[in-house]
Ligand binder design. Structure first.
Ligand SMILES: [Zn+2]
Length: 349
């Protein structure tokens, strides 16, 4: 199996020759390529070069193309800033009150903000390695998290608590939903083999499971369903400890869940891993960036023991890999997967 075949087998729910590796490494890739982050954010050739150099250097199975967590909110009118070498952060929401929600328009991915650069980068990468290496296009933030960025996180969370029946909340979530759905479709059309999105502000570290169930889950489930109808497999990434919402996630149609390292490994495999694909979940800071090679081998072995049985598992860090991660640490993780991630029926390369 080549890398693409290996990943595709997992996304079909089949068992591959070994556990595939997908790296959420754009910050490290940018640093190692010497390309300034400011340029990477906007230049398709820079995005493609950084990722192609990284996959050549480390030899993993799936390139995850991501630029930051502000791309969609910017395209909807929010203002972001980034310190030199850093990723962007929202400094001014697109709307100052829910009353302004009707001024928001659904994104056109081909023209709006920095999205065209990402689409073009996927085309360039697909042209180079799209028959051998899997490409995961990250469509930035899901409806709930995008609504937080567009409205202002603190204000929006307060409105959900104090005025949950306000119909403008639903209109805001709907325009955010339709915007990011359009981006998933555009990334797939450009050559991504599957897509993903983050919905971290909907996770239990920020939002109560009750709120998640009412305001985030319906949009995530609808997205999985609508993309599946187009033949697109999607991965939902939620930062922090998702143990409290695992039962909700089991009800989704077939998709992937990328759960952070704080989530209970065993419970996640038992609940979500039974019918969905698990992505993750080595601790990117405490282990991958700061641990010794031996500690990384140990954690990777432990994860493989828990999540490999039965397949439906793609190994990654639990969240974005820190740009200062030592190359030998990443190699220790990858080598462990190559050795211990082999399924008995397979003959890996
Ligand atoms: Zn995360």
């Amino acid at each position: 199996m080549n890398s693409l075949e290996r990943v595709r087998a997992v996304l079909r729910g089949e068992t591959p020759d070994r556990v595939p590796i997908c790296l959420h490494n754009f910050m490290l890739a940018v640093r190692e390529s010497g390309i300034p982050m400011e340029r990477y954010r906007r230049d398709p050739e820079a995005i493609a070069r950084a990722h192609l150099m990284a996959v050549e250097k480390y030899g993993y199975d799936c390139i995850l193309i991501d630029t930051d967590t502000t791309m969609l909110a910017e395209a909807m009118g929010a203002r972001s800033e980034c310190a030199p070498g850093e990723t962007g952060r929202i400094v001014e929401p697109a709307i100052r009150s829910l009353k302004e929600v009707n001024s928001l328009r659904v994104i056109n991915p081909e023209t709006d903000g920095r999205i065209p650069a990402m689409i073009e980068a996927i085309r360039l990468i697909a042209k180079q390695v799209g028959n051998e290496v899997a490409i995961r296009g990250n469509a930035d933030q899901a409806a709930f998290s995008l609504a937080c960025a567009v409205r202002g996180t603190e204000d929006f969370l307060a409105e959900l608590a104090l005025d949950p029946d306000n119909s403008a909340i639903e209109r805001l979530l709907e325009v955010c939903y339709r915007s990011h759905l359009a981006v998933h479709r555009a990334l797939f059309k450009a050559g991504a083999h599957f897509t993903s999105m983050g919905d971290s502000l909907a996770g239990p570290d920020v939002t109560s499971p009750k709120m998640f169930n009412r305001f985030a889950r319906p949009y995530e489930m609808r997205l999985v369903r609508e993309l599946a109808a187009d033949g697109i497999f999607v991965v939902i990434h939620i930062c922090g400890d998702t143990t409290k919402i695992l039962d909700y996630l089991t009800a989704y149609e077939f998709c992937g869940f990328e759960l952070d390292y704080k989530t209970d490994l065993r419970l996640a495999k038992k609940a979500v891993g039974a019918g969905h694909v698990l992505f993750g979940n080595i601790d990117p800071s405490g282990v991958l960036a700061l641990g010794t090679a031996n500690e990384i081998r140990e954690k990777t072995s432990q994860l493989i023991r828990e999540w490999k049985p039965g397949g439906r598992f793609v190994l990654n860090a639990g969240c974005a890999i820190v740009p200062t991660t030592p190359p030998e640490n990443l190699r220790a993780m990858i080598e462990t997967v190559r050795k211990e991630g082999v399924y008995s029926h397979g003959c890996p390369k």
